[in-house]
Every structure is written in structure tokens, then in C-alpha cells.
Design a protein around this ligand. Structure first.
Ligand code: ZN
Length: 279
């Protein structure tokens, strides 16, 4: 097992933990990937269209007002369909990360298709940034090929796995993992199951309590709190104050380093490489 860095090695002087605000800008693709026939259902797709049409500008406004550097993971097809929005994200200084080309889980693809998705997605994002450093799979699922594929294509980090609360190095690849968790994702709390009507939509108070507890626990343990939000969910008018509350929590708690995912990965990589003797 790879060595784990302690807090003093991982974070900038005087900081005890890191926080990344990350947004998976799925737009319509989250609905199309699971059901290609959804392209013929504008009502269904409108749930994702809201993200591009209304939510992203609202979120960019919140981030700008609070001076928060964030990371947006964007599927290639979203970058093609909503190129204006993606250009706004980049112009505001936020990081772009890879989120598949069609928002299909790599576990549903052959190795050749997985490679094709990765390359296609990189090409779509290359219109906006010289390179993408991070990969977040649609669904957070990776295959036994994914890490080698990412390393081969020059990625610096993956943000998909739930086996730690601190960044770590994937042995033999040089890739940093920035661990995530369902509890810090807005989708499990807010995504309504419209086919079954079986799922309750959580209140912002419930989610705020879960997020505060998880943030506090990760802070105490010197970890990295990776918030994963989706414009179509967190960008509803009643939920934007929750985003603002989490930003205030991160910015007002002493010892917290708020940074983009690639900055956290770069810092962790240096600290962890010195432990393993790797370069
Ligand atoms: Zn997604």
C-alpha cells in the first residue's frame, strides 16, 4: 500500500485541510447516456438543459462574488452543445476537467470504446484549454484500464474513488487520486427519480447538516473535502444559498485551503512523491 502523507506534508504552511468545489456540468447528457431515446423527449431533457440555460450563470455569479476558484468537469458533447457556457467558465478562471465524451460509464464500454471516449472528450475540451489535467468518470466508476489510460494520455489526477479522505498516488502511474464520496455529492440528495416517484427530495437543511458534519470531520483529520455538485441540482433557486453557506464555511474556518482540484493534486503529488522517492 502506498504511504500516506501527514497533514504537515500535504497542505501549505498553516493549512490543515483542503476544500475543492467541483461541478459536474452534465446538462442533457446525464439523461441521454442512460436512455438514448431521451433525445426525443424534450421534457425529460429540460431537466439538464436548465443547468446550461440558467444554473451555470447563477453558479458563476456566486463563485465570482466570493472569489472561489472552482473546477468544472464537462462531458465533450456538453462542451460542443453549450460551447458559450464552457467559454464563460474558462473566462472566469475556473478549471476544466474531463467528464467523458457522452457521459457513459466506462464500465459499460469495451476497452477500445473507453479509449475513444477519452480521446474524443479531450479533443472537445481542447477548444477551450491547452490541456485537461483531471478526469472524473461519469458515475465515478472506472475500469481496470482507466488509470493506465489516463497516465498514458498525460492526466495528473483522477477524482473518482471513495477509499480515502486524503489524496494519494496510484502506484506505478504517477496519478493522484482526489477521493470523493456520495455524502458530499448533491445528486443523491436532490435527484428526483421521475420514473418511479419513489425518492424524496431532501431539504437544504438536511443536506447542509450532512455537508457540515463531513467537512468538519475531514478538517479534523487533515483531509481533502471534495464537494461534487451539479448545476441542474445545486443551481435551483432554493439551493444556491446552500452553496453560499458551504463557501462561507470553507472561507471562514481557519486553516482551510480552498483550491482548484488540479492545484490540490499538484501539491499532493509533490508531497507524496517525496515520501516514495519518486519524481
Ligand atoms: Zn456527470
Amino acid at each position: 500500500m502506498a504511504p500516506r502523507a501527514d497533514t504537515a506534508q500535504l497542505w501549505p504552511l498553516g493549512r490543515e485541510c483542503a476544500v475543492a468545489f467541483t461541478f459536474d456540468f452534465d446538462a442533457e447528457e446525464a439523461w441521454i447516456a442512460g436512455d438514448p431515446a431521451a433525445t426525443e423527449r424534450p421534457g425529460r431533457l429540460s431537466q439538464g438543459a436548465y443547468g446550461a440555460k440558467v444554473a451555470v450563470p447563477l453558479i458563476l455569479d456566486v463563485l465570482a462574488r466570493h472569489g472561489v476558484p472552482a473546477t468544472f468537469f464537462v462531458p465533450g458533447r456538453v462542451a460542443e452543445r453549450h460551447s458559450g457556457r464552457v467559454a464563460e467558465i474558462v473566462a472566469a478562471g475556473h478549471e476544466l476537467g474531463h467528464h467523458g465524451y457522452t457521459h457513459t460509464s466506462p464500465t459499460a464500454l469495451t476497452p477500445a470504446q473507453e479509449k475513444e471516449e477519452l480521446v474524443h472528450g479531450m479533443k472537445a475540451l481542447s477548444r477551450f484549454v491547452p490541456s485537461v489535467r483531471g478526469y472524473r468518470s461519469p458515475s465515478w466508476e472506472i475500469t481496470s484500464h482507466t488509470l493506465a489510460l489516463l497516465a498514458h494520455h498525460g492526466f495528473d489526477y483522477s477524482s473518482n474513488l471513495m477509499d480515502d479522505i486524503r489524496p494519494y498516488l496510484h502506484p506505478g502511474t504517477g496519478l493522484v487520486e482526489l477521493p470523493v464520496h456520495w455524502s458530499l455529492d448533491d445528486a443523491p440528495h436532490f435527484w428526483f427519480a421521475e420514473d418511479e416517484w419513489s425518492k424524496k427530495i431532501s431539504t437544504v437543511e438536511e443536506v447542509e447538516a450532512i455537508w457540515r458534519a463531513e467537512f468538519e470531520g475531514i478538517r479534523r483529520l487533515g483531509g481533502c473535502c471534495v464537494f461534487t455538485m451539479h448545476p441542474q441540482f445545486i443551481g435551483r433557486p432554493g439551493r444556491l444559498p446552500l452553496l453560499e453557506a458551504m463557501i462561507a464555511l470553507a472561507q471562514e474556518t481557519p486553516g482551510v485551503w480552498v483550491a482548484q482540484a488540479h492545484e490540490i493534486a499538484a501539491r499532493a503529488r509533490r508531497a507524496l512523491a517525496s515520501l516514495t522517492g519518486a519524481s
